[in-house]
Design a protein around this ligand. Structure first.
Ligand code: T1G
Length: 686
């Protein structure tokens, strides 16, 4: 029944109990309906409902969403609670989210614990509140707050919920306080549904729609939630509830909600395998290299209370490293995320030095130095000689051979890659690169750091670019091919932004710098397939010194006054190169651009799966969403591919082979899926 009922005098106590977060499934809905009848039969003067453990209730059980909705439906449960002659009081002991909040809003009173949160984040799962949240919230906290909570899925802390009028009081022991409520006072509280809805406010609706256009482009649920709230203002409560429910059920079946649910559970499944040994306690860590990445990693660690020894090769390097971390601390203060005392705490936890013996007790070291194999080997030799023999040694390389680095140490089993993404203290993805000899203990240590830093850990095998950069290289190659053959960087960027990326490939490269891509291409010169078409435009850009935003010009120009402008010189480069290569350029429709870039990535990602570089399609989804800006509401690259369908993908790639049989060589995983009738999510080696 996933709830318990207990009577004490004239009070009935109902405890929602479905660990770990009291997700509301059919069993709990059945239990709540029974509790309403029980309370009426017992003629209690109140029912107090609370949650077992750390949550009140985290909402409807999203695992049930793939199936048909089963009675009793949650809106009916909420109605039964609200209309019962026995008043219910919600004692909100922890998070009350989605359906959990809706149960509380249907109660006559709400008393929260100091750490409680109340929110309606359904849009983060691609749906809208489906049990009265869109209609009851605004009757309690007004239109503006309700729109903000629901359209952006932002929960309120207890103090803000009290200020907003969503709850009646904050008490250390909300259950006890609920039992102390004066019965007359309780009897006087008007059920939420009877309260008048707020007045229509055209400006508020316009503002939230504008904000959604900027902050959630392409996402359906937030706009539908706003529509249901607006229409609900002029409907009877029951009609508005019916509209809400119909909208919820429609969205639940939609691709966006399936994609967002996939991401929700994939993110939570990114955990260390149960059979991994426990990681050594991370009492401190060493970071080698205080450049952008090293400073970001050090900052992330000291921010979470971990002492860091930041190692540099000399005094100048130590000063630079201290300065770089200092800048991040100042930025944290400026953004109000850090108090002066907090900042001092961070500085106190940081030791920047060129003396490796200062890190002699560190159980983990992360090398984040210049991307040069000999530089890295020299650093690993020093770490090997200085740190305890069982310390784990990690490299933050983006593409160098982790096995070669490991082989340069006395014990390669303690070496792995920990690939952070810039900015390292913000980007949530952490590629844990497992070398041929990496031990389970080293792997477990990588996961432990990932958990400490609240990262999404994904294990990757060793190859050029691991999972993310390897797939991204195909994205870049496909972009340059379409550019060379007829399009422009700005049309390509616009196409990918319309697909759901925050930025297109060319604007991203202008931010990171075209010199990085150039170095990567030069590194690959020796191993590049001579039969594979090579697009020279980016090399021309490099030779012209168009290195990106940092020099004021890259694929776009960046005039002093801000913004970016299209650069005709860049477009002409493609004309010239196409002419030299004897290529007849052609017009590309937006959908043709998007299709080619996505198919190129999907095909490469399928090879990444085939080679076991990625352990699952879901891992590739996590990498593309948390590391490369693939739209979360499309579920990541492979989930999106499965919405297209493998047969369609195989047909399209086969058609493109006519243009370039090398670039569009079909991945064996795609043909295997087509032959076996599998989706990419279902694929595993036969
Ligand atoms: N359904 C099913 N499982 C859930 C769940 C849910 N709503 N919420 C959490 N879990 C599982 C999760 O998968 C994990 O499982 C475990 O609980 C711990 O979660 C009609 C339609 C509550 C803030 O969007 O935001 O109500 O991995 O690792 O970091 O209007 O979970 O251990 O097997 O995230 O402490 C709306 C979703 C639903 C809230 C806790 N509710 N949950 O965070 O733990 S739609 C939400 C969260 C709805 C109604 C509609 C967080 C949390 P496992 P965790 P955490």
């Amino acid at each position: 029944m996933s709830l318990t009922m207990r009577a004490d005098g004239l009070t009935g106590f109902v405890t929602l109990d479905n660990p770990p977060v009291n997700a509301i499934g059919k069993a709990m809905r059945d239990g709540l309906m029974e509790a309403v009848k029980w309370a009426e039969a017992e003629n209690f003067d109140r029912v107090i409902v609370t949650g077992a453990g750390r949550a009140f209730a985290a909402g409807a059980d999203a695992k049930e969403f793939d199936g048909a909705a089963l009675e009793p439906f949650l809106p009916d449960v909420c109605d039964a609670i609200e209309r019962s002659f026995v008043p219910w009081i919600a004692a909100i002991n922890g998070v009350a989210l989605g359906g959990g909040a809706e149960i509380a809003l249907a109660c006559r009173m709400r008393i929260a614990g100091p750490k409680a949160q109340i929110g309606l984040p359904e849009v983060t799962l691609g749906v809208i509140p489906g049990a009265g949240g869109t209609q009851r919230a605004m009757r309690l906290c007004g239109l503006g707050k309700a729109l903000d909570m629901i359209a952006f899925g932002r929960p309120l802390r207890a103090a803000d919920a009290l200020k907003a009028g969503l709850i009646h009081a904050i008490e250390d022991d909300p259950v006890d306080a609920a039992d102390m409520v004066n019965t007359e006072e309780l009897g006087c509280v008007v059920p939420t549904w009877e309260l008048p809805p707020p007045a229509h406010d055209a400006a508020a609706f316009a503002a939230v729609r504008d904000a959604l256009a900027k902050r959630a482009p392409g996402q359906v649920a937030p706009l539908r939630a706003v529509d249901v709230i607006e229409q609900g203002l002029s409907l009877e409560f029951a009609e508005a509830m019916a509209l809400e429910r119909a909208t919820f059920l429609e969205l639940k079946q939609g691709n966006q909600s399936r994609a967002l649910r996939h991401m929700f559970f994939a993110e939570r499944a990114a955990k260390p395998p149960k059979d991994l040994p426990h990681a050594p306690e991370l009492t401190e860590i060493a970071v080698v290299g205080g450049g952008t990445m090293g400073a970001g990693i050090a900052y992330a660690c000291v921010s979470l209370g971990l002492p860091v020894t930041l190692l540099e090769s000399d005094t100048d390097g130590v000063e630079r490293a201290t300065h770089n971390v200092g800048k991040l601390i100042e930025a944290g203060i400026a953004r109000g995320r850090l108090s002066k005392d907090g900042a001092q705490g961070l500085r106190d936890r940081l030791t920047a030095t060129s003396d490796y013996t200062k890190a002699a007790n560190a159980p983990l070291a992360i090398e984040a130095a210049f991307e040069d194999m000999e530089v890295k080997k020299a650093i690993f030799a020093q770490l090997d000689a200085t740190l305890p023999p069982d310390a784990v040694l990690a490299t933050n390389t983006s593409y160098l051979d982790v096995d070669e680095i490991a082989a340069s140490t006395r014990d390669p089993s303690r070496v792995l890659g920990l690939h952070f993404f810039a900015p390292a203290h913000i980007m949530r993805l952490l590629e844990i690169v497992k070398g041929a000899q990496t031990s389970d203990r080293a792997l477990s240590t990588g996961y432990a750091l990932g958990k400490l830093l609240k990262k999404v850990p994904v294990v990757a095998g060793v190859c050029d670019g691991f999972i993310g950069n390897r797939i991204y290289a195909r994205y870049r190659e496909a972009s340059d091919t379409v550019f060379m053959d007829g399009s422009t960087p700005w049309d390509i960027d616009e196409a990918m932004v319309n697909f759901g990326y925050a930025m297109g490939p060319y604007e991203v490269q202008d931010l990171s710098g075209l010199d990085i891509g150039h170095a990567a291409r030069r590194r690959q010169d020796a191993t590049r397939d001579p039969n594979r078409r090579y697009i020279p435009i980016a090399d021309r850009m490099y030779e012209l010194g168009k290195l990106g935003k940092k020099v004021g010009a890259g694929w776009y120009r960046y005039p002093g006054g801000g913004g970016k402008v299209e650069d005709p010189i860049v477009a002409d480069l493609a004309l010239e190169e196409a002419h030299f290569a004897g290529i007849e350029r052609t017009e590309y429709e937006e959908h043709e651009i998007t299709e080619r870039l996505l198919l190129a990535m999907i095909n490469e990602a399928a090879d990444v799966l085939a080679e076991g570089i990625a352990q699952s399609a879901a891992d590739i989804d996590l990498v593309t969403v948390f590391g490369y800006g693939f739209p979360r509401w499309r579920g990541g690259l492979m989930h999106y591919a499965d919405t297209l369908g493998v047969p369609h993908i195989v047909e399209r790639i086969t058609a493109l082979q006519a243009e370039d049989p090398v670039a569009w060589k079909l991945s064996p995983v795609l043909s295997d899926c087509a032959d076996r009738g599998l989706s990419l999510a279902e694929w595993s080696p036969a």
